[in-house]
Design a protein around this ligand. Structure first.
Ligand code: ATP
Ligand code: MG
Length: 364
């Protein structure tokens, strides 16, 4: 992937523009972390980039950057820029293209995200990013408080990078967050959730949560249950959001909403009960048990032993039942299936066609 990226840089520089890999990829490369997302910056304008890569550009989503598919890989190519005015502590509303790498780097959030790599693989470090990587420290480019005021999302990005990379926040960053954390209210719940999801899915999520609590961000993010996540055994993202219980504010898709609702219901019952296992499934019951800090081993074992996992598994079809009772189709079929289901799950009836037929003839 790096090889292709360097070839892409060469192609741009052959047209006598400057181009570098910048940001996360270089940071992760130095840390020995594999990264699939390569950002390129250049003094060529989006129009000039489109001319170089003709057919391989995707329609632009983001003003000022071009997505190019080069040798089967997707690259985000962004023109050097200055960000002039910010609105609502998020997103610059006005940008200016510039012809200067340094100027482009000082608008970036953290020093560790300002490292560049040129077409020969040489690292360019204008803002001492390398030193901070070695110290495992998150430092803003410039004054922390002003940078967080410009864009409050950077507060969450700081915590996210500290969590994922297992880095520390610099004293200035901690101070800056304390000064500006109330601005998190201005961010959309969608943005906040994106960052929180990245924190919660990190193997280091517990430290991330501790950091959010230490900084008092739970209150600003309106997730008062955050501390309870540390008191639980769940590391599942949906489990964590179930504990946070904020579906009235944060956006979730239909599937997530359904799971969260089921988990919060399942917490109230015995998760190794066969009927609950049958109705809510292994995942919901396991997560509910993890939240309650219960052992999930018996749950897994009992689930594996369930005689049926769904109605479809019942060893008889409607045609056989109708023939057996000599009746036309009707609502009674559903009643029989409901009855069979309960009997089989509770091991009061064996899931075997002959046994089921015998039972139906006796009872109906
Ligand atoms: P990753 O891709 O691993 O999430 P990244 O550092 O590449 O991390 P991106 O969101 O892809 O993050 O952004 C690319 C680069 O753009 C960053 O490295 C940083 O230099 C800059 N950047 C991104 N978001 C901001 C921001 N809110 N404020 C300032 N600079 C930013
Ligand atoms: Mg990136």
């Amino acid at each position: 992937m790096l090889e292709e990226a360097l070839k892409l840089l060469k192609k741009i520089t052959e047209h006598s523009y400057d181009a570098y890999i910048v940001g996360g990829f270089v940071r992760d490369y130095i840390l020995g972390i594999e990264s699939n997302d390569i950002d390129i910056n250049t003094n060529a304008t989006p129009k000039q980039i489109r001319e170089i890569f003709e057919d391989s550009c995707l329609p632009s989503e983001d003003y000022g950057s071009v997505t190019v598919i080069f040798k089967g890989i997707r690259f985000e190519i962004t023109t050097f820029r200055k960000e002039l005015t910010y609105v609502n502590n998020r997103k610059p509303v006005e940008i200016e293209y510039i012809n200067n790498l340094y100027e482009d780097l000082i608008r970036r959030d953290f020093t560790i995200n300002t490292l560049c790599m040129d077409q020969d693989g040489k690292i360019i470090d204008m803002l001492e990013g390398r030193k901070d990587i070695d110290k495992r420290l998150i430092c803003t480019v410039g004054d922390a408080t002003s940078r967080f005021k410009e864009d409050a999302l950077r507060i969450l990005r700081a915590v996210r990078f500290a969590t994922i990379l297992d880095f520390n926040l610099s004293k200035e960053v901690i101070e800056g967050i304390k000064n500006t954390k109330n601005l998190l209210h201005n961010l959309s719940y969608y943005r906040k959730k994106e960052e929180l999801d990245k924190i919660f899915t990190s193997p280091n999520y517990k430290n991330g949560i501790k950091l959010l609590l230490e900084l008092g961000l739970d209150e600003e993010l309106e997730i008062p249950n955050l501390k309870k996540v540390l008191d639980s055994n769940t590391s599942s993202l949906i489990g964590i959001w179930s504990i946070l219980n904020v579906t009235d504010k944060y956006p979730f898709n239909k599937n997530e909403l359904e799971l969260i609702e089921k988990i919060n219901l399942a917490i109230k019952f015995d998760n190794s009960d066969p009927m609950n296992l049958y109705h809510y499934g292994l995942y919901v019951n396991s997560v509910a048990a993890e939240i309650k800090k219960e052992d999930i081993k018996p749950i897994t074992e009992k689930y594996a032993k369930l005689a049926i996992k769904s109605k479809k598994d019942i060893d008889i079809n409607s045609a056989t039942i109708m023939k057996l009772l000599n009746k036309a189709p009707g609502k009674y079929l559903k009643d029989i299936y409901d009855d069979l289901e309960i009997k089989i799950i509770n091991n009061e009836l064996i899931n075997d066609k002959e046994e089921i037929c015998k039972y139906i003839c006796e009872k109906y």
